[in-house]
Design a protein around this ligand. Structure first.
Ligand code: NI
Length: 171
């Protein structure tokens, strides 16, 4: 089931999400299934539970955007263990549609998380996957990619969004 993706301005997007403690529940299974439907419908690479209004530390990533089943990742309670190197690349967010800006991120990231059944997994990612890890873990901490931009850039985007809100083109 496709859920509504919250847009920038919704306070849930800027709150710290809570750790998942109950694994194997039908609710968690349904949340993850719905997140896949929602992310693919929006043609995204990653989605965090707060973006669908659920304040839990759950995220999904598929850098192949549905082309390669083996790229599908479900990370629950993820923690970034280490970061190395630097990359600069255009970044966008399903909660801030229409805006893309260069963001500096670490190029190599190691993450520890739990899977849907609660087992601990350690994953490493480079380039786009490393960027996705950092972007999505940020979501669980109430941080959006525009928080990584200069004040000037961020204010410019905020002003444009305010105009869209006034025009009823941002809900
Ligand atoms: Ni995002």
């Amino acid at each position: 089931m496709i859920r509504k993706i919250l847009k920038y301005g919704d306070p849930i997007l800027e709150k710290v999400a809570e750790a998942v403690t109950a694994f194997g529940s039908p609710e968690l299974h349904k949340l993850v299934a719905d997140m896949w439907d929602t992310m693919y419908a929006a043609k995204g690479v990653g989605l965090a539970a707060p973006q669908v209004g659920v304040r839990q530390r759950v995220l999904i990533i598929d850098t192949s955007v549905g082309e390669d089943e083996s790229k599908k990742l479900v990370l629950i309670n993820p923690e970034i263990l280490s970061k190395e190197g630097k990359q600069v690349g255009e970044e966008g967010c399903l909660s801030i549609p229409g805006f893309r800006e260069p963001v500096t991120r670490a190029n190599q990231v190691e993450v520890r998380a739990q899977n849907e059944t609660g087992e601990t997994v350690v994953l490493t990612g480079e380039e786009l996957l490393a960027r996705a890890f950092q972007h999505e873990v940020d979501h669980l901490n109430g941080i959006l990619f525009i928080n990584h931009l200069s004040n000037l850039k961020r204010d410019m985007i905020r002003r444009k969004i305010k105009k869209l809100q006034k025009a009823g083109e941002w809900d």
